[in-house]
Design a protein around this ligand. Structure first.
Ligand code: SF4
Ligand code: SF4
Length: 326
């Protein structure tokens, strides 16, 4: 019997999701035995024309990582959508925008200006920026258009399932592959991770007091956090209360606070706003004194780059989506 065809593709991402597939270690052999990988540009030399030549729906499932930043990425994911029965948004960038989504605090012009002109290692007195078409004698060289705004995969094509995480843990990948192969899939649109917050599964949750009150905000490098204590109790912002569980508490176990790569639990539309409102609700003073505007400002000033912190992984999928540039 013919094996189901599977594709992997990457867009605006760091390559970590591809590493996560390789991290399946010997389990990758089980995957290769059960499916026919027909497209995986990072590892195997298939071409776009191979996909174009396939029938619509011929690929059983495409695992697509990365956010959508360029015209080429948009074309490729639309092509894979057409050729695939199922599409899984693989990893934080495809799911909620991820780190590349932080570029939505700028636009194409400011990014080009910075990357191709201002950085100290660049010498570009004529201000030459990437163009979609460059004439070289009789030849015309083309580049895909760099979009002004980073989008999630679900904002560009219809997505069947979301596998969260930066990167998704190997166990979640194997669970998803097994569920697909056995046809035991949940409702379309499901995020393939437990629908409870990270605090529910965090080993430090016992030390989280009933009523937390942060009187002083500290950054992780300013103290050595007690590995037994909830970060919030130590005044370090942890996004665990607003973040979906399922990562195996990777950062917490490395004595670092959660930064929200698994995105929100179901029903939370804006992960950054939920995190911000949670943290704002637990800011307090010694002896429960009433806070003045100055007290609040003093605490907030201790949060370096609040927008970048609360929307570290989720800006494109937030209500804001991007900064409005004037
Ligand atoms: S806030 Fe962070 S450290 Fe505290 S219990 Fe939740 S996930 Fe764990
Ligand atoms: S602790 Fe938070 S940021 Fe770290 S892997 Fe888990 S969900 Fe992602």
């Amino acid at each position: 019997m013919a094996k189901p065809k599977v594709a992997f593709y990457w867009n605006a991402s760091c390559g970590g999701c591809e590493e996560a597939v390789v991290d399946l270690a010997e389990d990758i052999l089980k995957v290769v035995e059960a499916v026919d990988i027909i497209f995986w540009p990072v590892a195997l030399d298939f071409k776009r024309s191979d996909i174009e030549a396939m029938d619509d729906g011929e690929i059983a499932v495409s695992f697509i990582n990365g956010a959508i930043r360029t015209e080429e990425q948009e074309e490729m994911v639309k092509l894979l959508r057409r050729k695939s029965g199922l599409v899984v948004a693989f990893g934080s960038c495809a799911h909620i925008g991820g780190i590349p989504g932080l570029a939505n605090f700028w636009n194409r012009d400011t990014i080009f200006e910075r990357a191709y002109k201002e950085v100290p290692s660049v010498e570009n007195p004529e201000g030459i920026f990437p163009r979609t078409e460059t004439q070289l004698g009789n030849e015309s060289l083309t580049l895909p258009e760099f979009h002004n705004t980073v989008r999630t995969l679900g904002q560009v094509i219809d997505v069947d399932y979301y596998l969260p995480g930066c990167a998704p843990p190997p166990e979640s990948i194997m669970d998803a592959v097994t569920a697909i192969l056995e046809g035991k899939l949940p409702e379309k649109g499901t995020v393939l991770a437990p629908d409870k917050s990270l605090c529910d599964t965090c080993p430090r949750t016992e030390s989280k007091p009933e009523k937390i009150s942060i009187k002083e905000i500290k950054r992780p490098h300013e103290i050595t956090p007690d590995p037994e204590k909830c970060f919030l109790e130590e005044g370090i912002i942890c996004l665990g209360p607003a973040t979906r569980s399922g990562c195996g508490e990777r950062c917490i176990n490395a004595n670092m606070p959660c930064r929200g790569c698994f995105g929100p639990i179901t029903g939370v539309g804006d992960h950054g706003a939920r995190s911000l409102s949670f943290i704002a609700s637990i800011l307090g003073l010694e002896d429960e004194k009433k806070m003045t505007e100055e007290d609040v400002q003093g605490l907030i000033d201790k949060i370096a780059d609040p927008a970048g912190l609360f929307y570290m992984y989720s800006l494109p999928s937030s209500l804001l989506k991007r900064r409005k540039m004037v």
